[in-house]
Design a protein around this ligand. Structure first.
Ligand SMILES: Cc1ncc(COP(=O)(O)O)c(C=O)c1O
Length: 396
């Protein structure tokens, strides 16, 4: 059996999405900017896709959504655009973000720091969420942008986006949210949230890789990252990825359609898996169920190295993740676990399990069985885990 529980890394393309995008590779492959029929025959599908994108996030119109190549580009664009518009050419010099953002935000902020920008990285509590008062205190007259994610990729914890939007509005500061891990999992309404910019990526909600987007409220002026053409109303150059845009539009439509199902059914399966894990002694899960996206569990299993667990589960066809740092060869602890204050040995035991609407009950039952067996095997050979009378009795 093959079980895919790494949906926060990427998702399967929905068959309906695949079917819709296929003709744009070998039949309707024209460049939309060309004046002949090969170009113009792509226009209706592109227009439907753009409408689906703005409907899906409740933007005002399709001009407010710019298609990019991925959310990494969207995040870079906002931060670097703000640098040119508000920092280099104006009197602001401060960006606020959180300490648990995706590397595409953190690394770009570090880069801007080398150019002299002041960046505040807000701390998070033990559940991995910022405190709204810390944000209020951090904003000053030099603040050009607040960039806080909608939901965290590792913990799945949802940030208080509407409250953050309100604070930014009151203080007259622009607000960007990285919405990558929210779309398809919870309702994303850019107007209600009060965001000025929001990044997203198709491959996280059952669309293909290599296509993403940036919502820009009321088409606010933002210096382009890519220059060289008049694509996307002159805002983002590069020949349009027609198949990708058509696919992302459909994936967005399906994300909205299945959202209620996601909430109920994916939450039910996630809770079944989580409750089974929590029955095992010395297993912890980060964050509470209520404020978390329905599909994510970030567990810490005492005495079990995350990488050992991944290797063991992989033998049984189960795909999971340990989180960014542990997934590399760098043996530093998981930065998000560190940010929430987990002790160093626990930060090495992170196991992220992320479901999708394609996950089945049979797969969850199979995973529970194999995780229990893996914990037994790995704790038996662990140099850091010692059995107490309680956990010895459970055999785990
Ligand atoms: C929260 C978050 N932001 C941004 C990204 C980057 O997305 P992309 O793969 O489209 O560049 C990811 C991908 O893991 C993510 O989880």
């Amino acid at each position: 059996m093959r079980v895919y529980l790494d949906n926060n890394a990427t998702t399967i393309v929905d068959p309906e999405v695949e079917k819709l995008m296929n003709p744009f590779f070998c039949q309707m492959y024209g460049n939309p900017n060309s004046l002949h029929q090969f170009g113009s025959e792509t226009h209706p599908a592109l227009s439907v896709a753009m409408d689906r994108l703005y409907d899906g996030i409740n933007a005002k119109d399709s001009d407010d959504v710019i298609v990019t190549s991925c959310a990494t580009e969207s995040n870079n664009w906002v931060l670097q655009g703000i640098y040119f518009d508000k920092i280099k050419n104006a009197d602001k010099n401060h960006i606020i973000t959180s300490s648990v953002e995706h590397p595409s935000i953190i690394a770009t902020c570090r880069f801007l720091e080398t150019l002299g920008v002041r960046v505040t990285y807000l701390p998070v509590n033990h559940e991995g969420v910022i405190n709204i008062n810390d944000l209020k205190e951090a904003i000053d007259e030099e603040t050009a942008l607040v960039s806080i994610m909608w939901a965290n990729n590792e913990t799945g914890m949802i940030f208080p986006i509407e409250e953050i939007g309100q604070v930014c509005k009151e203080k007259g500061v622009l607000f960007h949210s990285d919405g990558v891990q929210a779309i398809g999992k919870i309702a994303v309404d850019v107007q209600k949230a009060g965001v000025d910019f929001m990044s997203f990526s198709a491959h996280k909600f059952h669309g293909p890789k290599g296509v993403g987007g940036l919502y820009i409220k009321d088409s606010i002026a933002l210096t382009s990252l890519l220059h060289g053409g008049e694509h996307m109303g002159g805002r983002r150059s590069g020949t349009l990825n027609v198949a990708g845009i058509v696919a992302m539009g459909k994936a967005m439509e399906l994300a909205v359609k299945y959202q209620e199902y996601e909430y109920k059914e994916v939450t039910r399966l996630r809770n079944k898996l989580e409750d089974a894990l929590l029955e095992i002694p010395d297993v912890f899960v980060v964050g509470n169920k209520k404020d978390r996206v329905p599909n994510t569990i970030l567990a810490s299993i005492k005495g079990v190295e995350g990488e050992g667990m991944l290797w063991d589960l992989n033998q049984y066809g189960i795909a999971a993740s340990t989180g960014s740092a542990c997934a590399s060869e760098d043996l530093e602890s998981n930065p998000v676990m560190e940010a929430i204050g987990a002790e160093a040995d626990l930060a090495h035991t992170a196991l992220r399990l992320s479901l999708s609407r394609f996950t089945t009950e049979e797969e969850i039952d199979y995973t529970i069985l194999h995780i229990k067996q893996a914990i037994k095997r790995l704790r038996a050979i662990s140099s850091t885990f010692s059995y107490t009378p309680k956990n010895h009795k459970s055999g785990l």
